[in-house]
Design a protein. Structure first.
Length: 234
């Protein structure tokens, strides 16, 4: 997907990129490739592949979830900034928190934020389960893109979501994981409201987005320590 194709595809989806936003995405790509020469950020560096598999695949959340009236969003295990950084560029009014456990990724993200002159976006160097303990029910939306099994992700993310807010995981084919995670989601006070499955353009690879609503406060015993989560997933 070329930059112009991304712009046209987003326009078809009702998202109109400004010239500034196009330039920010281009510079983001350049920094990603530059830093990737000395830091393992992504295995994808070809421009058209980055625009498709990282930029469009991040922006695709906007097709299925209206962020216009959302104030706070947290991206857990953000890695090189997907989807959180892309969402910030497209929706500059969003207050976004990017969380990752690797300090070198946080340095990269901070450099991107400074270079693109982005405001209202912060990075946090922390493990997801530790961050969740300190930031319970703080965010309108929490998202994570292909980080871990859905049951584990839910224990990381649902405690962070405000009651009435949403946990929105983005992964490949989630059908099996969804079946295996229903009990965990319910235990964590979540309820699957909608499921969107589709094919990524050109690649025709499966993508799934779940819209999980937080229906009541999560029991304070969650999230557990990672060793417990790993040993005995919900």
């Amino acid at each position: 997907m070329k930059p112009e194709e991304l712009k046209n595809q987003l326009a078809e989806d009702g998202i109109l990129l400004t010239g500034v936003q196009e330039s920010q995405l281009k510079r983001y790509y350049e920094i990603l490739v530059e830093w990737n020469t000395f830091m393992n950020l992504t295995g994808i560096t070809d421009l058209e592949q980055v625009y498709l598999k990282h930029f469009y695949d991040s922006a695709i959340l906007l097709n299925h979830f209206d962020l216009k009236n959302i104030k706070t969003l947290c991206d857990i295990g953000t890695g090189a900034g997907f989807p959180g950084m892309v969402l910030k560029i497209i929706y500059p009014n969003l207050q976004i928190t990017l969380v990752d456990s690797l300090e070198k990724r946080i340095k990269f993200l901070n450099y991107v934020i400074d270079t693109l002159n982005l405001e209202g976006i912060v990075t946090v160097h922390a493990r997801a389960e530790e961050f969740a303990v300190q930031n319970r029910e703080k965010f309108d939306v929490v998202t994570a893109r292909a980080v871990a099994h859905l049951a584990v992700l839910s224990e990381f993310c649902l405690p962070l979501v405000k009651v009435g807010g949403y946990f929105v995981p983005m992964k490949g084919n989630l059908l099996e994981e969804k079946k295996e995670s229903i009990k965990a989601i319910q235990e964590l006070s979540g309820e699957i409201e909608k499921e969107y499955s589709f094919l990524l353009p050109k690649e025709e690879s499966n993508r799934t987005i779940l819209k999980i609503k937080k229906i009541k406060p999560t029991n304070k015993k969650y999230p557990r320590k990672f060793s417990e989560i790993k040993k005995k997933p919900l």
